[in-house]
Design a protein around this ligand. Structure first.
Ligand SMILES: Cc1ncc(COP(=O)(O)O)c(C=O)c1O
Ligand SMILES: [Zn+2]
Length: 418
């Protein structure tokens, strides 16, 4: 049973068939998916959802495919962790980490959007699947294409971290490294998609791809016991995730699965690439493009495709935004690892650093429930923190040497006798 009815321009509302389309041909506005909302409402229940396997497809009535999912059967339904030690550091009462650093199979939130785009690419008959990426998306597209046996082309800026490039190359796609930043890569891919008739997850399949990000919001609510938190802090690059978390909350309200007030959603960006934060500060409807300069390469998108939607979602939810410097990002990566044992990449460091700022500014009251969106894994970008970490203690192999070392540590840890 499919609930997908078509596409619609999110600006001028012109309807389109559910095909691979990039933008509205009337006004160049972004396209969004439409559903038979009444049928969805009749079909879904909390019990039905909770009885399904723990992957993103447990919310399938809200996702834009016609038939059965083709991939992503181990993706999504990542842990929501009550982070009490981190909360104590920040002086907060009820803090959670939604941990997509362990999303399968490629360790970022992209593993919940790509399965939707890949399944739709198969349904629409494409043989070639690709993307324009800051790294994580390419990893995910390459992995899911491999699983589906699709020919795969991923386009990335040439300057990406080795860990991110390797994470794509291992699945055997054509990795095309462009001499330019993400915005240059994206422009090229738009032309390639049109010229060659290929499916690009985040370009001509963007409307379907983006819907997968709603599952991040669905999971937060379900994992809190069907409860809304008061605040969600979310990183922003191209602007797919943040508005879809908000849309996910509204889908649950529309379908009668939730009532009450949805959370305030706050945007986090790196200071070296913060077009959305500038637009929030200056009251603009559209972000003004910037040239990125930050260690947070996965969120270094100077001209966010969904910037308008991010700004609208933040404002309508009563949220806010802030930017974190590279030093604050590195510091926050360490803080999360030291308190909760979660190793995130700079995108996650950005989100935590911004959460800390918003708490200090009183924008997020210390006693209100808050979810921090951790969207990527630190093992892909280990170099970012390497120089800030203590070197290992190097010793020989005798107990005497270890005892001498311990004696130097001012008798903190006495050996157990006997
Ligand atoms: C780890 C990580 N977090 C967050 C984002 C932000 O994504 P969006 O483009 O949805 O704003 C990205 C985008 O590439 C990412 O790789
Ligand atoms: Zn339009």
């Amino acid at each position: 049973m499919s609930y997908l009815t078509g596409l619609r321009c999110s600006l001028c509302q012109t309807p389109f068939p559910a095909e691979a389309l990039y933008v509205c041909d009337q006004c160049l506005g972004p396209l969004e998916v439409t559903y038979d909302r009444d049928a969805v409402r009749r079909a879904v229940s909390r019990e039905g959802i909770s009885s399904r396997p723990p992957n993103l497809w447990r919310y399938r009535e809200f996702l834009p495919i016609d038939g059965e999912p083709r991939t992503g059967l181990t993706s999504g339904f990542t842990p929501l962790i009550r982070a009490d030690r981190l909360a104590a550091e920040l002086g907060m009462r009820e803090l959670y980490v939604k941990d997509d650093s362990v999303n399968h199979p490629t360790l970022s939130y992209k593993d919940r959007v790509v399965p939707v785009a890949a399944t739709r690419a198969c349904e629409l008959g494409f043989g070639v699947f690709g993307c324009a990426s800051t790294g994580n998306l390419a990893n995910s597209v390459a992995a899911h294409a491999a699983r589906l046996g699709l020919d795969c082309y991923v386009f990335i800026p040439r300057t990406l971290e080795p860990g991110k490039i390797l994470g794509s190359a291992v699945s055997g796609p054509h990795v095309v490294a462009i001499d330019g930043n993400y915005d240059d890569v994206n422009r090229l891919c738009t032309q390639v998609g049109e010229r060659y008739g290929w499916a690009f997850a985040n370009i001509n399949l963007r409307a379907y791809y983006a819907e997968g990000a709603k599952t991040y919001g669905f999971e937060i609510v379900e994992q809190l016991g069907w409860r809304f938190p008061r605040h969600v802090v979310c990183p922003v690059a191209g602007g797919t995730l943040l508005p879809r978390i908000g849309r996910g909350f509204h889908d649950l309200l529309d379908a009668g699965l939730m009532d009450g007030e949805p959370p305030r959603i706050h945007a986090a960006q790196a200071a070296g690439c913060a077009p959305v934060i500038h637009a929030l500060d200056e009251g603009l409807d559209y972000p003004e493009p910037v040239r990125p300069d930050t260690i947070a390469t996965s969120i270094a998108i100077g001209n966010p495709a969904d910037g308008f939607h991010v700004l609208r979602t933040v404002r309508e939810s009563g949220g806010s935004g802030a930017a974190a410097t590279d030093a604050e990002i590195v510091d926050a990566i360490g803080l999360l690892a030291r308190t909760e044992g979660i190793f995130t990449e700079p995108a996650g460091g950005t989100t935590l650093a911004v959460t800390r700022k918003l708490v200090e500014q009183g924008v997020i009251p210390r006693d209100e429930s808050t979810v921090v969106c951790i969207t990527g894994n630190g093992y892909k970008t280990a170099d970012v923190v390497a120089s800030s970490l203590a070197a290992p203690t190097a010793l020989g192999r005798s107990l005497a040497e270890f005892e001498a070392f311990m004696a130097e540590r001012q008798q903190d840890h006495q050996p157990v006798s006997g």
